[in-house]
Design a protein around this ligand. Structure first.
Ligand code: HEC
Ligand code: HEC
Length: 459
């Protein structure tokens, strides 16, 4: 159980956030930020280390960064440290999808290949431990790349279906949603009822802080009554490290419990690299070449995995760019955010417990998420359950750092499949529990909508 003081300070105010939100700093000349933040709005904004790292930690950070940016190669190779790629894979480096630690984009046209995006697969139902049931032939993710002598599983093509929405003031906005077609399938048409979920790579902002939010905090948050018929749920997922159920917090459906498991899962699923956490190569029974070309060795050592996890946890968080400059638009945008009820899911403040790095321990921070699942309606549904997350439930994504996406990644696509081109399109896709919030934005004037977007881009 959490101490009452903790609950009172951090959980209870949700309904009252519009009253208690810290406004200190706004309107003041001095710009201050927390010691885990850095003020940097260059394309490298998401790549800076925390300033408190000691020499040994700096060395680990540098090793982790090198492994994150490394283009892994097929085995056997002379570089045994960085081989074992595939047999099937999506990309050969973490940074190929999380470019400069930022986010991936979907293809613009059906002839373009997927880069910062992947497609999760499963059959209806779940394994006894809650894991989605992999397709017997294509597994749980479509690998569109493979090493020499092994067929790639196939590729997914995206075409876009557009429609127009009109705001109360007569302005309109064109929205698009992806239509996914699988092609070049190496093992024929999937006979069973295949569920697909296209997902872009999220930015890696504040991973160490999010990892260190106590489970009990999220459980308590899920109990908190909220207006507008909103009810946050925790996802309960399989923890490969402990062999038990844990609360999920990473991934678009909160389907991963820890930064370590998320990282090991990415090594295997996205790059075909095994580790002690995921020792088995990703080759379904019918993929004989894949099985034959498997190295049978553990590709990523414990130390390498730890270094990559450390690297992500030790990245400084971008400081809110302009929110402390006394900019009136931003302050008004913040008020509009509260009036629309966005903060009931994108809650401004979370709290860490003990973290591996002391500077991240027992800290309040502002990711603008509750890390919980919400039903977002049919418009955003992928129809593919992921542990407790239904086909229409998604984890509230953090909003910090969103304004840096164009600078870091030269695009501005948002939402789990990158369908939104900017913040306003993302808002207009909100449905389900977020329908009342969307309706309030729809009723705003053009100027008010601009202020709201401006505020979000300043986080
Ligand atoms: C093929 C593209 C791709 C590659 C390569 C890739 N990722 Fe990801 N990453 C994704 C996608 C897509 C998600 C969201 C997954 C989901 O929702 O299930 C993700 C999620 C994550 C998250 C969770 C972020 C959050 O906010 O919840 C972390 C951490 C992460 N990846 C780290 C890594 C690391 C470390 C590597 C290299 C070992 C890596 N990724 C390689 C596409 C990729
Ligand atoms: C009921 C909970 C809920 C409410 C209320 C809500 N959101 Fe969201 N928001 C989400 C979820 C869940 C997603 C992810 C949906 C997806 O990717 O399919 C999301 C996504 C977003 C994104 C895209 C983030 C990204 O990384 O791609 C933005 C921007 C956003 N919301 C802004 C807002 C604003 C502004 C409001 C108020 C008008 C609002 N949200 C209200 C739950 C909510």
């Amino acid at each position: 159980m959490l101490p009452t003081v903790f609950l009172r300070r951090h959980i209870l105010p949700i309904g009252l956030l519009s009253l208690v939100l810290p406004t200190a700093g706004i309107g003041q000349a001095t710009v201050s930020h927390a010691d885990f933040q850095i003020l940097n709005s260059t394309p490298r904004a998401l790549q800076n280390p925390l300033s408190q790292l000691n020499e040994e930690q700096q060395a680990r950070f540098t090793r982790g960064r090198a492994l994150f940016d490394q283009l892994w190669v097929a085995s056997p190779s002379l570089d045994t440290d960085i081989d074992g790629l595939g047999p099937t894979f999506n990309q050969s480096a973490c940074s190929a999808c999380h470019t400069r630690n930022g986010r991936g984009a979907p293809p613009d046209t059906d002839s373009e290949r997927m880069r910062g995006m992947l497609v999760r697969l499963s059959l209806p139902g779940a394994e006894p431990n809650g894991t989605p049931i992999p397709h017997p032939v294509y597994g749980d993710q479509l690998q569109d790349n493979a090493i020499l002598g092994v067929p790639a599983e196939g590729r997914a093509r995206v075409t876009w279906i557009e429609h127009t929405e009109t705001f109360a003031d007569g302005e309109s906005i064109t929205l698009r949603r992806p239509d996914l077609i699988l092609g070049d399938l190496a093992f024929g048409e999937p006979e069973q009822d295949l569920l697909l979920s296209p997902r872009v790579a999220p930015s890696l902002v504040g991973m160490g802080l999010l990892d260190a939010v106590p489970d009990a905090f999220l459980e308590a948050l899920a109990q908190e009554p909220r207006p507008d018929g909103i009810s946050g749920r925790v996802n309960r997922v399989w923890n490969a490290q402990t062999g038990t159920e844990s609360i999920g917090r990473f991934g678009w459906k909160a389907n991963m419990p820890t930064l370590a498991q998320q990282t090991a899962g990415a090594f295997l699923g996205d790059m075909g690299l095994t580790s002690t956490l995921y020792p088995d190569e990703n080759c379904p029974e019918v993929q004989l070449d894949c099985i034959q070309k498997s190295s049978g060795e553990t590709d990523v050592t414990e130390e390498q995995l730890r270094d990559v996890v450390f690297y992500q946890a030790a990245l400084a968080v971008p400081a809110p760019g302009a929110s402390d400059t006394g900019d009136v638009d931003i302050q008004q945008g913040r008020e509009l955010f509260m009036q629309a009820g966005c903060q009931h899911c994108h809650i401004p403040e979370l709290q860490t417990g003990a973290a591996a790095l002391p500077v991240l321990s027992n800290r309040a921070f502002s990711p603008y998420t509750d890390l919980l699942l919400h039903d977002m309606g049919e418009g955003l549904a992928d129809g593919r359950p992921d542990f407790l997350a239904s086909g229409s439930e998604w984890r509230t994504p953090p909003l910090w750092g969103l304004g840096l996406v164009p600078t870091v990644n030269e695009h501005n696509t948002l939402l789990h499949d990158g369908r939104a081109r900017g913040v306003m399109e993302a808002i207009m896709w909100h449905g389900g529990e977020a329908e009342p919030a969307r309706a309030r934005v729809k009723a705003m004037t053009t100027q008010e909508r601009e202020k709201l977007v401006h505020f979000i881009e300043s986080l």
